[in-house]
Write a protein that binds this ligand. Structure first.
Ligand code: ATP
Length: 320
């Protein structure tokens, strides 16, 4: 019978992490299992930065962005000697199993700990939607809505000045924030790792939109790490009839109160993680597939091929 579990958030933060912490805590407490908060991800685990929570510890956090536990990156956690210190600290605090909320790096840490006898369950907490074993990650929907609100504003002002706004969005190597926001805002051009980037093609398309289609403005949504958007905007001003402007949305995408979708997702996933631990399962990650909450062994999840968004890109092309 499981007596005490831990919960932590790790990697980049995402809106909805708090809702997940609350669900894990309240779900465990309702079953008579104690919950220890582990601060700053695996760093707090190694340093013994932990405290026992009660039901009030997670009051008033469901709707808050960020993470009350803090998050950190600790590359040294890949070293087994460092993980041995973490396991000793967990034992000292009587923590038998842990729910970790984060991205794929966090999942690798969870798998390594499970191999050392501490059952861990991973929850997908990242705005990037880059975890293949779930249709949606916790925080993606909120970040998407933040992107959309900002692009809508840019469109208003672009339209008044015959501008082309180049908007860089996050996503790491995953283009979902770009394709979903581009579709939601009717962006004229969407560039992701999957579409590939051809600067001359982008400029030619913009000239066509300006001269033949008489567009008043244009929006180019582009995933981060593809090109320098400031330079692209300057080239647009030179080579097309639009005046180019670049906007890097940056960390604003990580903040804000989670949407209803993210709150419900986090709540369902948090509860399910506890259910798995109670069953004695470790080394799994929770996902939502076709609206069902399910789980996969982390190793299997990390090896899954990334889903193509070809159909969404084709839809976007048809409607522009
Ligand atoms: P994000 O998607 O926001 O980047 P992430 O969870 O992928 O989140 P990482 O920095 O890659 O973020 O990983 C978080 C932490 O997980 C690392 O700082 C490290 O402590 C731990 N970690 C990552 N990879 C491993 C690994 N191979 N073995 C053990 N621990 C790992």
């Amino acid at each position: 019978m499981l007596k005490r579990i831990g919960v932590l958030t790790s990697g980049g933060d995402s809106p909805g992490m708090n809702a997940a912490i609350r669900a894990v805590t309240r779900s465990a407490l309702s079953q008579g299992i104690e919950v220890v908060a582990i601060e700053d991800g695996f760093k707090g685990m190694v340093e013994g930065s932990m405290y026992l929570m009660n039901t009030r510890s997670v009051s008033d956090i469901l709707y808050r962005g960020g993470t009350i536990l803090g998050s950190a990156r600790l590359p040294e956690f890949k070293d087994i000697e460092v993980r041995k210190v973490a396991v000793a600290k967990l034992k000292e605090f009587g923590v038998e199993a842990v729910v970790v909320i984060g991205g794929d790096g966090t999942y690798r840490g969870a798998m390594a700990l499970t191999d050392m006898g501490i059952n861990c369950i991973g929850l997908p907490g990242t705005i990037d939607n880059d975890i293949v074993s779930t249709d949606y990650t916790i925080g993606f929907d909120t970040a998407l809505n933040t992107v959309i609100q900002n692009i809508d504003k840019l469109r208003d002002t672009s339209s008044s000045h015959h501008r082309c706004s180049v908007v860089e969005v996050m996503g790491n190597k995953c283009g979902d924030l770009a394709i979903y926001s581009g579709l939601s805002c009717g962006a004229e051009i969407i560039v992701t790792q999957e579409t590939g980037y051809d600067e001359q093609e982008v400029l030619a398309k913009l000239r066509e939109l300006d001269m033949n289609r008489k567009k008043k403005h244009a929006i180019v949504v582009i995933s981060e790490k593809i090109t320098d958007v400031e330079m692209l905007a300057a080239k647009i001003s030179k080579a097309t009839g639009f005046s180019g402007r670049s906007t890097v949305l940056g960390h604003i995408q990580r903040g804000g109160s989670p949407t209803a979708f993210d709150r419900v997702l986090a709540t369902r996933m948090g509860d399910y993680a506890v259910e798995l631990l109670v069953k004695g399962i470790g080394g799994h990650c929770v996902g939502m597939v076709h609206n069902e909450i399910t789980s996969f062994p982390i190793e299997e999840a990390l090896a899954m091929p990334k889903a193509s968004r070809k159909a969404l890109f084709a839809l976007h092309q048809r409607l522009i």
